[in-house]
Design a protein around this ligand. Structure first.
Ligand SMILES: [Zn+2]
Length: 333
């Protein structure tokens, strides 16, 4: 059932695009890889996702997992059947900016593993947090980050060659940060400097996270703030390099530098604020992915996607969102 209505919605949007009316972006979610990659497409369809993001391996451990060819085939054929673009997210431990050489080496290898997995799974992009410079300043960190990116691409090429695969690597998407603890990429200028210095011939773009933008002091919840962000991206040559947006509401206050995701419409960016981002013409070609707690804290669910799709349609907010959030808060207390 979910499958059919999903197809119908997609057909509706495609025809709308052809008829010349405003094209609207895809909306999807982070999906659990419990049990491996094979169950991912059906899980995505069950919650109404039109685009999927998964972790390349367990995000809280350095121990990488290399999925077998059969598992990968299950994933890619399922995604193709449902026309679902795939994005991978690297593990949380990665710090490309670290002054600690050992940690940077591990981070580079983990990134290379994710890029190679991205090639094998035909991912449209691999998202990574850049990391923290630990007080050493952006300038010296930038050199380390760019070198780590270069090495990761080379290591990923070697990894693929060893496996006998000739696929090109997917674009690497650097994610903006909320600005906590010397994390790099809270300011657009830092992201621009990193993209400028990235190795030639490699595809490096951006993934913008709305909750991180808000927490970093970009007022995306206001019309003028969103305009300013977009013109800032345009001036720095970054607008065309935004290839994915993480659609998260924020539970932590504006400019708090705290990274705390909330269900869409239940946080401080709010329903209208996020709706404006989704409907902003410059982002119409960019897929939106939810990384939110859901009703039970176990990740994005059908209710969260329904709310996000209503934002896209500029429809009145459906009643499920706040009710679920209230229930979850009550359970946490
Ligand atoms: Zn994110």
């Amino acid at each position: 059932m979910a499958d059919k209505s999903n197809d119908k919605q997609r057909a509706l949007r495609t025809s709308r695009g052809r008829s010349g009316r405003a094209k609207l972006p895809l909306i999807g979610a982070q999906v659990s890889t419990a049990g491996g990659f094979a169950p991912v497409p059906e899980r995505a369809v069950a919650i109404g996702a039109e685009v999927v993001q998964i972790f390349s391996s367990n995000p809280r451990t350095w121990r990488t997992r290399s999925p077998g060819l059969e598992e990968i085939a299950f994933l890619t054929s399922g995604l193709r059947r449902h026309s679902l673009p795939l994005y991978l997210h690297t593990i949380y431990l990665i710090n490309l900016a670290s002054p600690d050489e050992e940690l940077r080496k591990r981070s580079t290898s983990a990134l290379a593993h994710a890029l190679a997995t991205g090639a094998l799974t035909e991912a449209a992009g691999v998202v990574t947090h850049v990391g923290s410079h630990k007080g050493t300043g952006f300038d010296s960190a930038a050199t380390r980050i760019v070198q780590a990116i270069r090495s990761a691409f080379e290591e990923a090429d070697e990894r693929l060659a060893d496996l006998g695969h000739a696929e090109g690597l997917p674009p690497l998407l650097l994610e903006n940060s909320a600005g906590a603890g010397h994390t790099v990429g809270a300011r657009l200028e830092e992201l621009a400097a990193l993209l400028d210095a990235s190795p030639r011939g490699r595809r490096v773009g951006l993934c913008l996270d709305t909750a991180h933008l808000f927490a970093a002091g970009h007022p995306v919840h206001e019309t003028a703030g969103l305009e300013k962000l977009v013109s800032g991206l345009r001036d720095l040559g970054l607008l065309d390099r935004v290839l994915l947006i993480h659609l998260n509401d924020s539970a932590s206050p504006f400019a708090s530098n705290r990274d705390l995701h909330e269900n869409p419409g239940d946080g401080l960016i709010g329903y209208t604020g996020l709706s404006r981002v989704i409907r902003y013409p410059a982002f119409a070609r960019v897929p939106f992915v939810l990384e939110v707690p859901g009703a039970d804290g176990r990740g994005p669910d059908a209710a969260a996607i329904t709310v996000a799709k209503s934002m896209r349609e500029e429809a009145a907010r459906p009643p499920e969102g706040p009710a679920h959030a209230a229930k979850r808060r009550a359970e946490q207390e």
